[in-house]
Design a protein around this ligand. Structure first.
Ligand SMILES: C[S@@+](CC[C@H](N)C(=O)[O-])C[C@H]1O[C@@H](n2cnc3c(N)ncnc32)[C@H](O)[C@@H]1O
Length: 202
């Protein structure tokens, strides 16, 4: 397997090739910021797997950086897999090809959504949600995945601090608020734009 810096450099190059006209602020995609993103995901994936011993999941593959970060952090655990879902076949196929180039055998790429997660069997140590950022989409993901998260497992959501005024229409913060009101057994904390949700201790 490559180093984390090599993985980031490859994703960054592909991002730049495809998105250069669309993304205004390349600072967001600097090596340092991407590395911080990977470190948050990798650290929580390792902690959740240490607590639960089960596979981890990403909803929203796209460039695959989240999946690669968790796969890289869990590389010493041959029985643990990262399952990553995207509803766009193109994203799934590109991430799969890039993952093969990066020699990451512990990732499974699935063309689908959180609605089909239950078909993968068992429960999961951690589910990372970074797919449909609308209020309804994110709330549906939370409702679909929460029963499949192990008792001591975690849900992570990206872009919690992307505000509702964003022209692309981000409802992540609202969706998490509604989910926590509706499922009183879950608690949330917020770190560097991520929301981290776990079940309250009894
Ligand atoms: C912000 S990108 C994900 C970035 C990715 N986590 C990474 O680290 O590279 C969002 C992705 O979610 C996908 N998506 C949107 N709605 C979805 C849904 N309901 N289920 C699964 N994937 C979805 C989009 O096709 C897009 O590729």
């Amino acid at each position: 397997m490559k180093t984390l810096n090599e993985i980031i450099t490859r994703v960054q190059a592909d991002l730049r090739k495809k998105e250069i006209a669309r993304i205004a602020n390349w600072e967001d995609f600097s090596q340092m910021n991407l590395r911080r993103y990977c470190e948050v995901l990798g650290t929580f994936a390792v902690q959740a797997v240490a607590a639960c011993g089960k596979n981890v999941v990403e909803i929203g593959t796209d460039y695959g950086l989240g999946a690669y970060a968790m796969g890289w952090a869990l590389r010493g655990l041959p029985n643990i897999k990262v399952l990553t879902f995207d509803n766009r076949l193109e994203s799934t196929m590109l991430a799969l090809k890039r993952g093969a180039d990066l020699e990451m055998p512990n990732i499974k790429y699935i063309h689908g959504t959180s609605a089909t997660l239950h078909k993968e069997g068992d429960r999961f140590s951690l589910v990372y949600i970074d797919g449909d950022h609308s209020l309804d989409g994110c709330l549906a993901d939370l409702r679909n995945v929460s029963p499949l998260v192990d008792t001591h497992g975690l849900i992570l959501c990206h872009d919690y601090s992307w505000l509702e005024v964003d022209p692309r229409g981000n409802g992540v913060r609202q969706a998490i608020g509604l989910f926590l009101e509706e499922r009183q057994e879950w608690a949330g904390m917020f770190l560097n734009g991520f929301a981290i949700l776990g079940r309250k201790l009894k």
